[in-house]
Design a binder for this molecule. Structure first.
Ligand code: G1P
Length: 300
């Protein structure tokens, strides 16, 4: 997936990664460890997301933090003692790998003082983003794709010079769990969105096209979010802000290419672990052998 971290032409320069959630679905693991640090195989989910951002040429990542997120900042900083110890033990390649994480990107942390919702989290990044288009990447959505998800969206943004969000078909029975968009097909996976609603009640969804956590947005979204009243769950919803943006400046959807895992859900998280482990030559054979055994012996 997003291991292609060599310098690329910057389609967008900055992005926001909201990481202020409490991670209650993964308690007790998330009591002291931020959910963004839970690993897929041996790498924190957030590192995959940051690598994906880097692949789109992003140079500045704005992390929106809640309380107790020091581990995240440490992860993207130089681990001086650890590196020195590894080098003293002759483990230079391990030390180099750690240094590469710190060299990936500039990380700016902003504290979201109250959990007021995703729209509010994005608004917290306003002063760092300034007056330019930017990406938003949600850590729960892992996208495994040849061309990293946010880069696909950044290309569409540059082509149409308009806000664009990632879309994916979901079963009707799940539409109430997502932002849902409907609109007119423009070809090549691009859609002009006419309607977008956050978590529509069962039976009221305008389509089965769900918003997945990748967005490329113009700075026009900030004044909209500043005036946004709370929506579903009493929170300032990004989707509600996008509905206003759609009316004033237009909004595109893009059916990205690739496999999405919902790492915010336990089964989705386990699936992601299996899928990423199967791609690892050092783990594949052992894991497959175990899975065959399980299929043979476990009753459904
Ligand atoms: C958020 C967004 C929602 C989107 C979803 C994708 O919801 O509000 O529009 O469909 O991410 O994962 P959450 O899952 O944080 O409740």
């Amino acid at each position: 997936m997003a291991s292609k971290t060599s310098k690329v032409e910057p389609l967008i320069r900055k992005c926001v990664i909201p990481a202020a959630g409490l991670g209650t679905r993964f308690l007790p693991a998330t009591k002291a460890v931020p959910k963004e640090m839970l690993p897929i195989v041996d790498t924190p989910t957030l590192q995959y997301i940051v690598e994906e951002a880097v692949s789109a040429g992003i140079e500045d990542v704005v992390l929106i933090n809640g309380r107790g997120k020091g581990a995240i900042e440490d992860h993207f900083d130089i681990g001086f003692e650890l590196e020195t110890t590894l080098r003293a033990r002759g483990k230079d390649s391990e030390a180099d790998k750690l240094r590469a994480i710190a060299d990936l990107v500039r990380v700016v942390s902003i504290r979201q003082k109250e959990p007021k919702g995703l729209g509010h989290a994005v608004l917290c990044a306003k002063s760092v983003i300034g007056d330019e288009p930017f990406g938003v990447l949600l850590g729960d959505d892992m996208i495994d794709a040849e061309e990293p998800g946010i880069r696909q969206l950044a290309r569409v943004y540059r082509q149409y010079n308009q806000a664009v969000i990632a879309l994916m078909e979901v079963p009707e029975s799940e539409t109430h769990m997502y932002g849902i968009a409907a609109g007119t097909d423009l070809g090549d996976g691009v859609m002009r969105i006419d309607r977008i609603v956050e978590k529509p009640k069962k039976g009221t969804a305008p389509s089965n096209l769900a918003v997945i956590g990748r967005y490329v947005l113009p700075p026009d979204i900030f004044p909209i979010l500043e005036n946004q009243t709370p929506g579903v769950g009493g929170e300032i919803q990004l989707t509600d802000g996008l509905a206003t943006l759609q009316q004033s400046k237009g909004l595109l959807g893009y059916r990205f290419k690739g496999q999405r895992y919902d790492a915010g859900d336990k089964v989705g998280y386990l699936k992601a672990n299996i899928a990423y482990a199967l791609k690892r030559p050092d783990l594949r054979a052992g894991l497959l052998e175990y899975m065959r055994e399980v299929v043979k012996t476990e009753k459904p």
